[in-house]
Design a protein around this ligand. Structure first.
Ligand code: DGT
Ligand code: CA
Ligand code: CA
Length: 572
């Protein structure tokens, strides 16, 4: 795991904040802050120093204790002291630190004098005039807090990608039908296929921009016009989502599309690169002096600054620019690369279609195998199958396999019990071709116990792959606390696999964990987790997420032809 000096500095500043809120010794707090500053200013990597066993105490302001903390952080990725402090304070206290103008001193006063622990409590107290009398605060700072929380909340509202898609589609159809709209593309996080989007950014080319703007704001779902000019407008739709529109001339469509696709961090890094080549770039093009040398297509823009085309999903400034320069961009996986799907349900548990219907649909979509993985019995809300039910289903699969022309694999989505054991007897597990282990209970275990639980489940010789490894539901439920790096390393050691669940409410693994698995050489299975024949549609969301995680065809288990797949998942 690559850990930068800045990462260590962040941990030290967090520790200093937490110590300060607790009212710890000011000298100790200052030592952490100074150490963070030292680390940020350092020209060489402390992780390398630790690896080379250099003496960290030779760095200014770093004593034996801090040196120990640094090596702890660069080797484990975390710090026991920080976790301990987190446990001693309310878990939501860090929310308060995100409010502009609230540092640890003020958070300490709010917490200790008014017992304010969450943003909601802060907001309500401020609204009720209960902040102004705390020493160090006044009516003005009370108002500033209210304003800051309001803007933070309006900024924070995000939408799941699939919901954004459904909102966008009607608007897109309306705009595409306008005679003055030449090219149109939704840019921003939507085009980068981020799992959630804050707003939609639409780029249009037209020779009559103000007319297009007029028509845009007349769209039936527009409920509020935030801004309107001759080439741009921002509106709010009935569903609450903001849409920013830019209308440009055809000659600069590529430059505008590139700019508004972002991400901002990517744009900034690319602009620096252009500057190094003596070029200027913005949403109107790439310029050499006053001469525009590229703008019409994205590809032309990339070429003008000496780069190959970089796919939108990669544009997050996570190394894609260096990879592009080195000719080492990944050949990203595509939906058509999938040869099968290793996680699907039928009416036998909580699915809506029969085994035959699911099989026929998967075949229709060009898949050559489908694992049937209904729930095991302890998941009663999903009417899980017991040993007898599974045996019946296996017989049915044998019959269909002889008839349908798509290979059905005998599987089960097996509950991982709290102690890491699996929820089916061994003699049944041994008869299954694929065992998809899943956590659906006890989300609140400590990081250590939750990680142990999953590692132990993977130790079972029949375990094939870990379903939705983090358990999160996007914008609804946080992931449970686990050490994903350790899980990935264990998967490699055990020869098992991790799922990228394609449901747009899950998209679990996350993009960065996909990247981590790839770097550690663990294959990912992009699965629909279909509960009806329509859910195979979700595979494209899974593929988008996989692409954001830099995955190539070779990194994905279910791109293998059936024969190789069976040998990859077979038990030793
Ligand atoms: P979102 O809407 O929060 O999901 O994320 P984005 O990436 O769609 O961000 P948004 O809507 O604020 O802006 C769209 C794109 O415009 C962004 O990805 C990059 C570009 N952009 C916006 N602000 C800046 C800026 O200050 N500098 C640069 N270089 N690009 C920017
Ligand atoms: Ca956006
Ligand atoms: Ca925007």
């Amino acid at each position: 795991m690559l850990i930068h000096n800045a990462d260590v500095a962040i941990v030290f500043n967090q520790i200093a904040d937490l110590l300060e809120i607790k009212g710890d010794n000011p000298f100790r707090i200052r030592a952490y802050r100074n150490a963070a500053r030292t680390l940020n200013a350092l020209a060489f990597s402390v992780q390398t120093m630790v690896a080379e066993k250099s003496d960290l105490t030779e760095l200014p302001g770093i004593g034996i204790d801090l040196a120990g903390k640094i090596s702890e952080i660069v080797t484990t990725g975390t710090c026991a002291l920080r976790e301990q402090l987190h446990r001693q304070l309310p878990p939501s206290i860090h929310e308060l630190l995100t409010v502009p103008g609230l540092g640890p001193k003020r958070v300490k006063a709010l917490y200790q004098q008014r017992n304010i622990q969450t943003l909601d409590q802060l907001f309500n107290s401020a609204r009720n005039g209960q902040i102004r009398n705390i020493p160090g605060f006044g009516i003005r700072s009370e108002q500033r807090i209210l304003e800051a929380i309001r803007t933070q909340q309006s900024k924070k509202k995000r939408y799941r990608l699939d919901l954004a898609e459904s909102v966008a589609s009607a608007l897109l159809r309306y705009l595409q039908a306008l005679p003055d709209v030449k090219k149109i593309e939704i840019a921003g996080s939507f085009r980068r296929r981020q799992e959630t989007v804050g707003d939609l950014d639409i780029v249009i080319s037209s020779s009559r921009p103000s007319l297009v703007i007029q028509q845009f704001i007349q769209f039936e779902d527009v409920t509020q016009i935030l801004a309107q000019g001759t080439t741009r407008a921002s509106v709010v739709l009935r569903q609450g989502m903001q849409v920013d529109l830019r209308v440009v001339a055809s000659v600069s469509f590529g430059a505008a599309l590139y700019y508004f696709t972002g991400s901002k961090a990517h744009n900034i890094a690319v602009r620096v690169l252009a500057q190094k080549r003596g070029l200027k770039m913005n949403e109107y093009g790439v310029f050499s002096g006053t001469q525009r040398i590229a703008a019409e297509t994205e590809l032309a823009v990339f070429q003008a600054i000496g780069l190959p085309y970089i796919e939108p999903e990669l544009r997050e400034n996570r190394g894609e620019i260096a990879a592009a320069q080195a000719g080492k961009l990944p050949q990203l996986i595509q939906l058509a690369d999938l040869t099968g799907d290793l996680h699907a349900h039928t009416k036998a548990s909580d699915g809506r279609n029969s085994l035959r219907e699911m099989a026929m649909e998967a075949k229709k979509r060009g898949l050559s195998y489908l694992a049937i993985t209904d729930h095991s019995s302890s998941l009663t809300i999903a009417h899980g199958l017991d040993a007898e039910g599974l045996t019946r289903q296996m017989d049915e699969i044998d019959q269909l396999n002889a008839e349908l022309g798509i290979k059905l694999l005998k599987g089960c989505e097996v509950e991982i019990n709290e102690d890491g054991s699996l929820d089916l007897p061994d003699n049944i597990l041994e008869r299954l071709e694929i065992v998809v282990g899943a956590v659906h209970s006890k989300f609140g275990l400590s990081r250590e116990r939750q990680t142990k639980r999953i590692l132990r489940a993977m130790d079972h010789p029949c375990f094939t792959l870990l379903a939705h490894p983090s358990g999160r539901l996007i914008l609804e439920r946080e992931p449970y606390d686990v050490d994903m790096h350790q899980i990935i390393l264990h998967a490699r050691q055990r020869g098992c696999f991790l799922e990228l669940n394609a449901q747009p409410s899950r998209l679990d693994l996350t993009d960065t964990h996909c990247m981590m698995a790839k770097n550690e050489g663990v294959l990912i299975s992009v699965n629909s987790d279909a509960h009806s024949i329509f859910d195979f549609d979700d595979l494209r969301f899974g593929i988008a997420q996989a692409r954001r995680g830099w995955l190539e065809k070779k990194d994905v288990l279910n791109t293998l032809p059936i024969k190789q797949l069976l040998s990859a998942i077979s038990r030793p």
